[in-house]
Design a protein around this ligand. Structure first.
Ligand code: ADP
Length: 178
């Protein structure tokens, strides 16, 4: 599914983000940037040790923020590492932090001239954010951001499962329709 907001295309696809050839791909990292499972493990495995070397130099990243490194052996030029909130009950600033994740990542992209960016579904794996809510926050935040910022041509959400893909599609339809 694809929609155009001003000069930016938002695209939803099912796939493996490590294979993306966008200028940047976003990693769902942890605050110490030490590597983990899920999409983080997949990115470091596919990209090789250069990415972790830069992560170690940077040293860490607060929840809601984002840092950028090289992409090692990946097709993408940059990896943007962002730290999503761990979901507790929805009353611990989770939504604001998730919004901040998407905004900070796009800010790092613009600062580094990355015009196309691929996101996984941040926080909805091990960090437990309910996917229906997370999809809506992710899409609304990205749409609001691109309405007010120049420099991004394509934002792609690369969803790992058929279910996640359907949830994001429904959320986007609801946002555009309503
Ligand atoms: P978090 O800790 O932020 O919850 P996870 O890596 O556990 O991050 O999960 C985030 C999302 O990334 C999940 O929906 C998971 O299915 C998805 N994911 C895992 N591997 C990949 C991949 N190679 N490409 C795209 N998405 C992936």
């Amino acid at each position: 599914m694809e929609v155009k907001i001003k000069n930016t295309t938002i695209s939803l696809v099912r796939g493996d983000i490590t294979k993306e050839d966008t200028d940047a791909i976003v990693n769902a990292a942890n605050s110490r940037l030490v590597g983990g499972g899920g999409v983080d493990g997949a990115i470091h495995r596919a990209g090789g040790p250069k990415i972790m070397k830069e992560c170690r130099k940077i040293g860490g990243c607060p929840t809601g923020d984002a840092v950028i490194t090289c992409s090692g052996n990946l097709k993408a030029k940059h990896v943007i590492h962002t730290v999503g909130p761990i979901y507790r009950d929805g009353n611990h600033n989770e939504e604001k932090l998730l919004e901040s994740v998407y905004r900070s990542s796009l800010e790092r992209a613009i600062e580094n001239g990355a015009r196309s960016v691929a996101f996984p579904s941040i926080s909805t794996g091990v960090y437990g954010y309910p996917i229906h809510e997370a999809a809506s926050v992710a899409l609304k935040t990205v749409i609001d951001f691109i309405k007010t910022h120049k420099g991004i041509d394509l934002v792609k959400f690369v969803l790992f499962s058929e279910r996640d893909s359907k949830v994001y599609k429904k959320a986007l339809e609801d946002i555009i329709g309503g």
